[in-house]
Structure formats: C-alpha cells, structure tokens
Design a protein around this ligand. Sequence first.
Ligand SMILES: C[S@@+](CC[C@H](N)C(=O)[O-])C[C@H]1O[C@@H](n2cnc3c(N)ncnc32)[C@H](O)[C@@H]1O
Length: 211
Amino acid sequence: MMTSCIAQQLEKPTAGLLGWLAKKFFERYNRVLEEGAVKLCDIQPDNVVLELGFGPGLGLQEAARRLTHPAGKLYGLDISEYMYNTASERLKAEIQAGKVTLFLGSVEHIPLGDSTLDRVYHCNCYYFWPDLRAGSREIHRVMKPGALMVTTLHLEGLQRAVAAGPLKDTKWQPELYMETLREIGFVNVYMEEQQMNGKPVHAIFATANKA
Ligand SMILES: C[S@@+](CC[C@H](N)C(=O)[O-])C[C@H]1O[C@@H](n2cnc3c(N)ncnc32)[C@H](O)[C@@H]1O
C-alpha cells in the first residue's frame, strides 16, 4: 500500500501532503541530475530546448539562464498538474517574458512541430512513460536532424528503488531504453558515468538521425 503510494507520487505527483513530500525530495536530491543534464547538453544561447518531466523546475531554471540570445527558447512538458503549477510559479518571469513555455501532457503527444528542437533533456523520467517506444518516437519527431538528447539518472539509487518496490514494475533498465532509441533512429547512443558534485551520475546521450 505504502509502496504503491510512493510509486504513484514519483510517477505523477499530486497536490497534498504526499505530493509535497515528493516535490521536496526532488528539490533536495535531484538538483545535481537536473543541473548535470543541462550542463551535458551544452546548450547554446540561441538553441530551442525541451525538458520532459521537469518536476519542480530546477533544470528549467538552469537551462533558461543559458538561453541569452533572443532566438533562444525553452519548452517543458510534464504530466502532473501539481508539477506544472509548481514550475510555472518558479519560472513566472521567464514565462511572462516569452522565453519559456510549459505544457501539461504526456511524452507521446508533444505539442511541437516536426524537427523543432536543438536539445532535449530529462532526468528520472523515462521509467514512467506508458510506452517507451511511442515516447521515444515522438521525441525523435520533434528533434532537428543531429540534435542531442541527454538523460541523467542515479543508477544505484534507481536499482535500490527497484529492489525496494516502488519502481519494480517499470521499464527502468538503461539498456532497454538505449536499445529502443537505436531502433527508432537515434545514433551515437551511449551511457557514461560522470562525477558531479562528488557524486556518480549516469548520463545517456543520443543524437537524432533523420537521414
Ligand atoms: C521522478 S519525477 C522527476 C522530476 C524531475 N525531473 C527530477 O529529476 O527531480 C518524474 C517526473 O516525470 C513526470 N512524468 C511522468 N510520466 C510522464 C509522462 N508520461 N510524460 C511527461 N511527464 C511525465 C512526472 O509528473 C514527474 O514530474
């Protein structure tokens, strides 16, 4: 019962005590993953960028800071209304300025045109997608040819969460995700361990190939 409540809040936090605790957990423990993904994306000032499953919005803040050219634009998509509202409040100024646009929805339906994005990133997210293949195909559709996607995760923490129960029914295995990306048309798909703030972080890189 408790395990399934935790799993639900990790997948789609809702307003209320449990969702608030999940938000605090993300803010406390996932900042390094969010900031790491943004750094590894090597975002250029005029890039068009998307974060999937942005949670409380720490990574959005970091990415928005880097988009200093007028053409630079940041999109975010999350399925949780609570996270959407939290991040909208955190990014209020950037949204009002037109630099950032947030969407409420799921990864299989990204409300952007074909070949729009230079960079995509997400952290702690793909395990929850209802259909890994459909989500990956949709991401590929909205990426420009040669665009880069970066996914960060705490592999050890993930394996502990799987063993303890909350994530045991998810498709969490990085190898499965990477294989799906390759099948869909991503190239240069690989995983690397990086040290960030003295902690091991795993990052998956993938480049959209549309040749
Ligand atoms: C474990 S939280 C991680 C949040 C944040 N990225 C972090 O690392 O702190 C997973 C996030 O993905 C979102 N999410 C889950 N399924 C999703 C889907 N199908 N499409 C878009 N977002 C989704 C959740 O609402 C939640 O904000």
